[in-house]
Structure formats: C-alpha cells, structure tokens
Design a protein around this ligand. Structure first.
Ligand SMILES: O=C(O)CCC(=O)C(=O)O
Length: 252
C-alpha cells in the first residue's frame, strides 16, 4: 500500500468503508431535506434514504429556493453523522498507517460535502493541488486527502480526474476570482504533463486517499444524477512540517 501511494500519489481501496456510517449520514441528510421541504416540493413520508427521490427533491429545490439549498449544503458537512464517516477506527487506522503515526495522534478536519448537480459547472474545480489551500503541512509529507464514496460514481457523473505520479512537485498556483456563474479557486498556472490523466470511478464504500500535492480536478457531470462527495483532510500534528491552524485561517 505504501509503495503504491508513494509511486502514484493516491490509493483507491475498493469496498473498504463500514457502510453503517454512510447509511447513517444518508438518513441525516434525508431528515434535513424533510425539514426543508415545502408544500410545493415535498418528499414521501418514509424513514429510508431513496437516492432517486432525494436527487429529484434537491434538483427541484435548487431551482425554486437556492437559499434553502445553500443551507442544506453548508449544514450537512457539520452533521456528526458526516464527521463519523471519517472519525472512525477503520479510516483512522488507514490514514495513520500512511502517515506513519498512531490513529489517536491524527487531526481530521476541513470536512467537505459536495453536491454536484447535472450539467452544473458553477462549483467544479479546475486542475489544482490541495496543498496550496491547506498550508498546515508545509512539505506535503504529513497530511492526506481522504475521499469516501457515498454512492456509485461513474465517469459521466463527473468522477474526479487525477494525474498519477503528479504529487512529486508543488506547482505554482494562483487565486482566480469567481463571479456569479463560477466560484473562484486556486488554479495551477504553470505547464504540467496531462498525458496520464485519468478519471476515477468509485462505488459506494470505496476509499480514495490522495497525497496533498496530487494534481486533480472535477469531472463534468453530464448525467441526470447528482454526484455526492465526502472529503476530509487528515494531518499528523506530531511532525516538524505541521503548522498551527490559526496562522492560516486568518489569511484565507
Ligand atoms: O469532487 C470534485 O469535484 C473535486 C473536489 C476537489 O478537488 C477538492 O475539493 O479539492
């Protein structure tokens, strides 16, 4: 596992996650949607998460009430059931092994829940390295990006593109301003080799770990389905390259 990660800058472990946590989060998401339904856009009374039904609900709600969608989106990543997707022994042990430390030393933070709508590119990200956003680890050897697949993600749903082996060098990036149609982001501004770029399809409970310098970008969701993503950043604070958080949060 270490050798593969060192060579490619990522590992994709199929069917790794304990589905119990994924299911619990989906139920919390369903409850958040239930709470925010209106007489015009409603969900069936049920205690189950039905992906097709939630997709239809969120797609309709996005048109009718963008502010409610924003509320659901910004709230979901703080749900304790979402955090548990990462804060559990299996994930902690895996990350600790890669970072060559013990599970209880880890910091797991910067939780992100993405909802990528069909044919919507407002929040899709161009080629970037996460290390330029998360400066807590200055040499990139003591942190990871952890992605847990909440459902089956096919290429046409905008599965992430990445470049195997691209983590060996930190490239120059620049903050690009956003506008009402496109959110801003830090983007790579120097030339790099894209010959081996590939899209990673994942199934529910697959876990993909990136080196913080791995070059990657969002795919384009040309399907009719929403693409959901669960992402967190994992740090080893017991390392020389670790920087305190507050120092950087004031800068961004
Ligand atoms: O899932 C995606 O579209 C890409 C997310 C990503 O690259 C990031 O958050 O750094």
């Amino acid at each position: 596992m270490h050798d593969k990660f060192k060579k490619n800058g990522y590992i994709h472990i199929k069917n790794f996650h304990n589905n119990k946590y994924i299911d619990k989060f989906k139920l919390s998401l369903k409850k958040l949607c239930d709470y925010n339904q209106t007489s015009l856009i409603s969900l069936k009374k049920s205690t189950h998460f039905n992906e097709k039904e939630i997709n239809n609900f969120l797609i309709k709600l996005k048109k009718k009430s963008p502010s409610t969608i924003k509320k659901i989106y910004t709230t979901s990543k703080h749900l304790s059931t979402f955090i548990q997707i990462f804060e559990n022994e299996k994930i902690k042990k895996l990350c600790a092994k890669l970072l060559k430390t013990k599970s209880d030393n880890l910091i797991i933070t910067d939780f992100q829940f993405r909802i990528d709508y069909p044919q919507d590119q407002k929040h899709t990200l161009k080629w970037h390295q996460d290390s330029s956003y998360y400066l807590q680890d200055t040499d990139g050897q003591n942190s990871l990006v952890c992605n847990v697949s909440l459902h089956n993600i096919k290429k046409n749903m905008g599965a992430v593109w990445l470049i195997p082996g691209s983590h060996k060098k930190r490239l120059k990036m620049q903050q690009k301003k956003g506008n009402k149609n496109k959110s801003g982001q830090r983007e790579i501004i120097e030339k790099f080799d894209k010959t081996f770029a590939k899209q990673i399809e994942t199934n529910v409970s697959d876990v993909t770990i990136y080196h913080p310098n791995l070059i990657h970008k969002s795919g384009y969701n040309e399907s009719k389905k929403i693409r959901y993503s669960a992402i967190a950043r994992v740090y080893n604070p017991l390392s020389k390259s670790f920087n305190e958080f507050e120092k950087f949060y004031r800068l961004v």
